[in-house]
Design a binder for this molecule. Structure first.
Ligand code: M7G
Length: 301
């Protein structure tokens, strides 16, 4: 099935959530009778075109809303062009599992305090159910050449790819995903002081390689925000690499969700052999998340 056919065959069911800030909408539907989640997101302005060809590119049909004195406002239609002026970006999950649907479903956040006991009792057993098939995309990247043509850098420790959330073009919104080869690290809970050298090596390498790859765009190491999620959606250690000026995916960077890689490494030198397994970790969680109903609601703050 080509993605074109899949998208054309998408049958609307309901809107899971929409967001005015990121100008995106997540829609639940079906394709060939199976659940699918389609995320549509308006693209950002192409500064090249704004500079060179504003009138032809962005100012197509004009509808005037109103004007008053020296003030004018209204609506414009732009001339879409798939390469230079795409109107929106899609991502599609098909077939989507119940876990995916819950992730995109609008719901309320709660703050919880995960003690080491809560981790052992509630989270660890849950993680065991989130391995296997759900990490197929990660294994595909690491071992089966998936997205290989898009890979930005690879060494014995990790691969860096443009994240699914990024169009891979505009470095203003640079968002990459660094996936490590070590599959014994399920989340930061697995980390202890034996990982300090490993993580430091990876951090320093990312901070050297990304600026080298985007040298012509002038990206420097101090313009990269490196962080890890807790809870992540996928329990195979990976690092988010985002342009520090980019706040478009703010939900991904909230305190209560994102932890700076630098802070993790520094903490490990204090946490010793037991590492993060003995920390109490506070974070946000949606009440539609399985962990909430599996017992984390007992640890609400
Ligand atoms: P996370 O912290 O586990 O979950 O990060 P999040 O989705 O709640 O942030 C996983 C990261 O991997 C996210 O930034 C995803 O956008 C990205 N990602 C997920 N998948 C399935 C893929 C994929 O197939 N390819 C790429 N390149 N990135 C992906």
């Amino acid at each position: 099935n080509s993605v074109n056919e899949l998208l054309k065959g998408f049958v609307f069911n309901k809107v899971l959530q929409d967001d005015d800030i990121s100008k995106s909408i997540d829609i639940l539907g079906t394709i060939n009778g199976k659940d699918a989640i389609l995320k549509l997101e308006k693209t950002i302005f192409n500064k090249n075109l704004v500079e060179k060809d504003l009138v032809n590119s962005y100012i197509g049909d004009v509808h005037s809303e109103s004007n008053n004195d020296i003030y004018f406002w209204g609506l414009l239609s732009s001339q879409a062009n798939l390469v230079s002026l795409p109107s929106s970006k899609y991502s599609l999950i098909y077939p989507a599992t119940e876990t995916h649907i819950k992730k995109y479903q609008k719901s309320n956040f709660h703050m919880v305090r995960e003690t080491p006991e809560a981790y052992e009792k509630v989270v660890k057993p849950y993680i065991q159910t989130m391995l296997g098939d759900r990490l197929k995309w990660v294994k595909n990247i690491l071992y089966d050449g998936a997205e290989a043509e898009r890979a930005l850098f690879k060494n014995d420790d990790y691969i860096i790819l443009p994240d699914m959330k990024w169009d891979g073009k505009d470095v203003q919104s640079l968002y990459c995903c660094c996936v490590v080869y070590d599959d014994s690290i399920l989340s930061i809970r697995s980390l202890n002081n034996s990982h300090i050298d490993y993580l430091t090596r990876i951090r320093d390498s990312i901070l050297k390689e990304i600026p080298a790859i985007y040298a012509k765009d002038g990206i420097t190491s101090d313009q990269l925000r490196l962080y890890v999620h807790y809870q992540p959606s996928y329990y195979h250690f990976h690092i988010h690499i985002v342009n520090v000026d980019h706040t478009g995916h703010a939900g991904s960077m909230f305190t209560g969700k994102a932890i700076l890689l630098d802070d993790i490494i520094d903490n490990l030198s204090f946490l010793g052999e037991q590492g993060f397994s003995q920390r109490t970790l506070s974070y946000q969680i949606k009440d539609t998340h399985d962990l909430w109903s599996l017992g984390m609601s007992d640890y609400a703050i």
